[in-house]
Design a protein around this ligand. Structure first.
Ligand code: WTA
Length: 690
């Protein structure tokens, strides 16, 4: 049973609510709230019928079970541990076959799968479904020849090039588990992930330009392989795409010579291989490995509140149905006419589900973009949209806010009339950015879909549907099919109607994670222990009087910087690695563009003085040990931290100090309240010296 209310739009003031534009409604897969409600009810009451019908569009080597008890099995109650989520067990399929072979066999071989758009506007390419399949088959054979078997983990550290899609689909084809690490992570972060996954094979590229900056991926990967080996995880085969030489502007001759020299010095014969050399000798045919519905498809690391990243594990068939269905409905995909573009990097879940799997399973034509929205300048997105006639565009609130700075005239010279649906993801979108997206980018003619979801959820879980939902700027609106949200108070009591609390989910949808790789206990503890019987996302939400859901942000020790989720503990553990730092605490502060920025408090060891040099060293450590995107905006000295009598750091108080809010609320549990004043004055000192 559902507890949420549907929106009664007539009761609302029209200025709060945006109706779906007719041009979207006419072609929509779900044309109104009544239809949504009907489909939603079926998805909850008869999941086997709802998802079973969808499953019929895909190929199964062994068919899906048709009675409910076999179709969906789960336990969300920790007291009856283990937590278990299984969909369509016993059925056999292959997601790569469904994404490629099935489309080619349906006569879509010549359809463009991806327009590749390079960082430099001069670099472009395209690949059809047939060509993509051929590459994937060859790379599957490369992996098999290197001894990769079903269930083996393959680490991938690559830029946004078509080979990245090929590598992940080849893993899926042979039943290996891909573990993609975002190409902006440092060698340490990559090494930790290689180690945790026990990956013996790594796929990389030599380098990539982000704007004008050359990221030396191979150099970073080589350092990571050394670090992983020191800790006992030897990468036995490394396959590297030679990307830079094929660019129109690979860099100055000097830079390229230096680059070649660095490759030669780190190259290990036997371990290191060039992609093109292995592909040259690979056979073109490959029969997919038929895997069970619940066989793992991939793992993807996300921040954990202990500081150690968690390998979120997704399985095959449920993820396939869920990404395919969310893609179709949240963007109202029209296979005949759409050109779709998601700006996310494949290294994040958004790229997994909505650059690779969701679009290909729907035989979509997409743009695969290597660059950034700001190179050569802020007009890049508008140029690409008008050149490729993009109809569905999916990006992050942080990008929208950064672009807003350049004014509302920036889109005028471009023909953006092809756009129909504009999606956002990654963090709550502020109504101002939403409205700008709607009126300036969408010219008032598009539906906005603010899609709420997580690495863990596999696909959208709360989202408007472009042809059905009357949207409110800043609200993710209503649950997707199969999703049953509740809002709970601190005691775990269900809040009916209007209210605010923890957003939790009562039953599984097909695409949700199955476990934390190698640590099922952590999975249970993180997501199921606080509120037995529910999956807890870690986000807060409120429900308004019309039943709309508004995600209010994290309520655990996480922060969301430009859509990158980080745990405060992860940053703190790097800060205290500095030999002169005794203790550290990190809190988020609001940031106009990034959403949230990092504000760090560090306590020096006795007798040591905090200096600008130390501050710079700390910043460098974070860049090197985690990633440049984790670099703090502020690091202030804290001679003492506010703590409870039991010694727990009171982050709530630190957040107020960081934000210069003097009303600290109840601080009666604080062991020594004199630290507060010192912290305020140190804050001022830091700002004065900036
Ligand atoms: C936040 C990204 C509000 C949220 C797909 C979530 C959002 C975390 C939204 C997951 C949204 C994502 N509105 N908040 N539309 N989308 N979030 O795992 O805090 O990188 O828990 O997955 O981002 O981030 P992750």
């Amino acid at each position: 049973m559902t507890t949420f209310l549907y929106g009664y739009v007539s009761e609302l003031t029209m200025s709060d609510v945006y109706s779906p534009p007719d041009r979207v409604v006419v072609e929509s897969h779900c044309k109104g709230m009544d239809e949504y409600k009907k489909m939603y009810d079926e998805s909850i009451k008869q999941p086997h019928k709802f998802w079973g019908n969808i499953a019929e569009q895909f190929f199964w080597k062994t068919p899906v079970p048709d009675d409910l008890s076999e179709f969906m099995k789960y336990n969300f109650n920790v007291s009856e541990s283990p937590i278990k989520i299984e969909w369509m067990c016993g059925a056999q399929t292959n997601i790569c076959y469904n994404a490629l072979d099935r489309n080619v066999e349906a006569g879509l071989g010549d359809k463009i799968a991806f327009y590749w758009v390079g960082n430099d506007p001069a670099d472009k390419g395209q690949i059809t479904y047939r060509e993509l399949l051929a590459e994937v088959c060859k790379f599957s054979n490369v992996l098999v020849n290197l001894g990769v078997k079903k269930g083996d983990r393959v680490a991938i550290y690559m830029p946004m090039v078509t080979e990245l899609v090929v590598a992940m689909l080849a893993c899926a084809r042979i039943g290996a588990v891909h573990s993609i690490v975002f190409g902006g992570y440092s060698a340490d972060s990559l090494a930790t992930r290689i180690l945790d996954a026990g990956a013996r094979v790594l796929v990389t590229a030599d380098g990539v330009y982000r704007g004008t900056k050359l990221i030396k991926l191979l150099q970073i990967a080589t350092a990571a392989m050394e670090k992983a080996a020191e800790q006992g995880q030897e990468v036995s085969h490394h396959i590297c795409v030679s990307h830079l030489p094929r660019l129109v502007n690979p860099g100055t001759e000097e830079a390229m010579q230096e680059h070649t020299a660095s490759i030669e010095s780190g190259w290990k014969t036997g371990r290191d291989n060039w992609w093109h050399e292995l592909m040259r000798d690979a056979l073109p045919d490959h029969t997919p490995e038929w895997v069970d519905s619940e066989d793992p498809l991939f793992m993807l690391y996300t921040s954990g509140s202990t500081g150690k990243p968690k390998g979120v594990l997704h399985s095959t068939a449920g993820y396939m149905l869920y990404t395919a269905t969310t893609f179709k409905h949240s963007f109202d995909h029209q296979p005949e006419t759409d050109v779709y573009w998601c700006t996310a990097d494949i290294g994040w879940i958004t790229g997994h589900s909505y650059v690779t799997y969701g679009p290909l399973l729907n035989s979509a034509t997409s743009v695969l973009f290597e660059g950034t929205p700001f190179y050569p300048d802020h007009r890049r997105c508008w140029e690409i949209i008008s050149e490729y006639k993009v109809s569905k565009f999916y990006t992050a609130p942080t990008a929208i806010r950064s672009l807003m700075k350049f004014g509302s005239d920036q889109t005028k010279p471009y023909d953006l009339s092809s756009l129909k649906v504009l999606g956002t993801v990654g963090e709550p979108i502020n109504p101002e950015a939403w409205q700008w997206y709607h009126s300036v980018v969408g010219q008032g003619q598009c539906s906005i879909t603010d899609t709420y979801w997580q690495t863990e959820t596999g696909g959208h879980i709360i989202t408007p549907l472009p042809g059905a939902t009357h949207t409110k700027p800043g609200s993710a609106c209503f649950p997707f099919f199969g999703v049953v949200p509740e809002i709970l108070d601190e005691e775990g009591k269900v809040i009916e109607g209007e209210g605010e609390g923890y957003i939790v989910f009562k039953q599984p949808w097909p695409g949700m994670m199955r476990t934390v790789y190698g640590d099922h206990e952590r999975f249970e503890k993180t997501y199921f222990s606080k509120f037995p019987g529910y999956y807890m996302s870690g986000d807060g939400a409120k429900r308004d009087k019309d039943g709309y859901i508004w995600i209010t942000g994290r309520i655990d020790d996480m922060l969301n910087c430009s859509g990158h989720l980080m745990s405060t503990a992860q940053i703190e553990s790097v800060l205290v690695e500095h030999s002169l730092v005794a203790e550290a605490a990190v809190v988020p502060i609001p940031h106009l563009i990034k959403g949230e920025a990092l504000y760090c408090f560090v306590t020096m060891i006795d007798g040591e003085v905090y200096t600008k040099e130390i501050r710079d060293q700390l910043k460098t450590m974070i860049r090197e040990k985690i990633a440049p995107f984790a670099t703090p905006d502020y690091i202030q000295e804290a001679p003492g931290l506010p703590k409870t009598r039991s010694g727990k750091i009171m982050r709530r108080v630190l957040k107020k100090i960081a934000n210069d809010e003097t009303d600290l609320g109840d601080i009666s549990t604080m062991a020594d309240s004199t630290v507060v004043e010192v912290l305020f004055s140190k804050r001022q000192e830091m700002l004065d010296s900036k």
